[in-house]
Every structure is written in structure tokens, then in C-alpha cells.
Design a protein around this ligand. Structure first.
Ligand SMILES: C[S@@+](CC[C@H](N)C(=O)[O-])C[C@H]1O[C@@H](n2cnc3c(N)ncnc32)[C@H](O)[C@@H]1O
Length: 240
């Protein structure tokens, strides 16, 4: 039985005892999956993800695509419309279950994977996409994994939550909103060390260089309705 077909109780142990944190994370995301889309938009800015999705829709043909941390499939349909084929992956079965119901396309399959170390074949994908996931995983390992699965010259598209781009009162407001909306919307305590590292645009650019990517472009996308909405860096890079 593949992990994606396992019942949820078995799947929480999919990563084995050596990865208790990953199991905890997977369990957390599955439990909050049904509320995720509503809550995340209240946390970061009502239109932020839809602006990112609009931007993604402007990409040309993407070829064979791997999506890391697809969540409920918010971006997956757009990817499928631009791709020859998409494998959308996530750590959480609860998220994958919702994504499978929300997004159906003939060229799309879903798979349970840890983005830091997947079972995807090396050098087989033209495009790898990841949105709002890097800060929940180890960014170095995740970028190394994306590098491994991409063909030489393959494209990487990252939507990176850039909390540190906010300053002063806006940063304070954003932090308070994220905590308050998370606590009231999910009513579930996140696992310890839930957020690994939040990278600034510059830190991510440096890490991409060190990980064997050439930075192509970096755009800041922000919902203008409030100065404390959290910006997203829409970053494109190429496997060098
Ligand atoms: C904030 S949500 C982002 C979902 C979607 N990409 C979006 O932008 O709305 C983070 C997603 O990453 C998944 N995730 C967290 N850690 C992961 C890991 N190590 N490997 C794969 N997926 C992971 C979670 O299950 C969750 O679906």
C-alpha cells in the first residue's frame, strides 16, 4: 500500500520513530486541513494567495511538474493547466484528501512525501513549485531535494512568506494576527519547533546560490488592503 492510500492513523507513523517531529507535523496539518484555506488568508492577507495564484497563471508551459507541500491544492489546478503532468505532494494525508476532492485533472496525481527527502526520481522534472512550506521544513534540505529531482536547466518557483520584510508596528500587528487567527481558527496547539526558519528574500537568494541554482527573478507580492499584510517573495530560479 502506498502512503497516500493508507488510513490516517497508520500514515501518521509513515516516517518512523526516527522522525517524531515530522509525524507530529503531519498529524497537525491533517487535523487543521479543513480550516486551513480560511485561516491562512485571515493570517497573511485576504488576497495574498490569490495574487500569487494569478502570477503563477502567467507562467508559460511548465512541462513535468512536482509540487512540494501542495496543501489543499490551492495552486495545483493552475499548475495542472500549464503542465504536461503534475505530481502534487504533501506530508499530510488530511491535506491530500481535500486536494484530491478539490482538484481533478487527467494529468495530475497526488503522493504523500516529505519535501526534504522524497521518493521522486532524480533529474526527471522540468519545474518544481513550493508555496508557504520552506519555513516549516529545513530549507537547505528542501532546496537540495528540489535540485535533485529537477533536470539540468529545470525551473524552481518559490512563494516564500517574507515576514521580516515588515517593520515596526506592521510586524507586531502581523505577528499578533497570525497567532490570534491561528489559535481561534484551528484551536489546536502546533507542534514544538513548528516554524524552522523564516528566510528573507536576500537569505533565500544566497541559499539558492549555495544550493546550485541561478536566481532568475524575484518579485514581491503583497495584498495592498493593509500595510501589515505579509509579503510573499515570488522567486524563480534555474538548476545550474
Ligand atoms: C502553509 S501550508 C501551504 C499549503 C499550500 N502550498 C499553500 O501555499 O497554501 C504548508 C503545507 O506544507 C505541508 N508540509 C509541512 N511540512 C512538510 C514537509 N516536511 N514535507 C511536505 N509537506 C510539508 C503541510 O502539510 C501543509 O500542507
Amino acid at each position: 500500500m502506498t502512503a497516500a492510500r493508507m488510513p490516517i492513523e497508520s500514515a501518521v507513523n509513515f516516517f518512523g520513530d526516527k522522525h517524531p517531529l515530522t509525524n507530529e507535523q503531519s498529524e497537525f496539518w491533517s487535523k487543521i486541513a479543513a480550516n486551513y484555506d480560511r485561516v491562512v488568508d485571515l493570517q497573511i492577507g485576504r488576497n495574498t494567495r490569490s495574487l500569487v495564484r494569478e502570477r503563477l497563471g502567467k507562467e508559460k508551459e511548465l512541462g513535468n511538474v512536482a509540487e512540494f507541500g501542495c496543501g489543499t491544492g490551492y495552486y495545483t489546478e493552475v499548475l495542472a493547466g500549464k503542465a504536461a503532468a503534475v505530481i502534487a505532494t504533501d506530508l499530510s494525508l488530511g491535506m491530500l484528501d481535500i486536494a484530491k476532492k478539490c482538484v481533478t485533472a487527467a494529468n495530475l496525481s497526488f503522493q504523500m512525501e516529505n519535501c526534504q527527502s522524497t521518493s521522486l526520481a532524480a533529474a526527471t522534472f522540468d519545474t518544481a513549485f513550493i508555496s508557504l512550506v520552506l519555513h516549516f521544513a529545513e530549507p537547505e534540505k528542501t532546496l537540495a531535494e528540489m535540485h535533485r529531482i529537477l533536470k539540468p536547466g529545470g525551473a524552481l518557483i518559490i512563494a516564500n512568506l517574507d515576514f521580516h520584510a515588515l517593520r515596526g508596528i506592521d510586524r507586531l500587528r502581523a505577528a499578533t494576527r497570525v497567532l490570534y487567527r491561528g489559535a481561534t481558527g484551528y484551536r489546536l496547539k502546533p507542534p514544538k519547533r513548528f516554524i524552522s526558519k523564516m528566510l528573507t528574500e536576500r537569505q533565500l537568494g544566497d541559499l539558492l546560490n549555495r544550493s546550485g541554482f541561478t536566481l532568475i527573478s524575484s518579485e514581491v507580492i503583497k495584498d495592498p488592503s493593509s500595510s501589515s499584510n505579509i509579503p510573499i517573495d515570488y522567486i524563480k530560479a534555474m538548476k545550474a
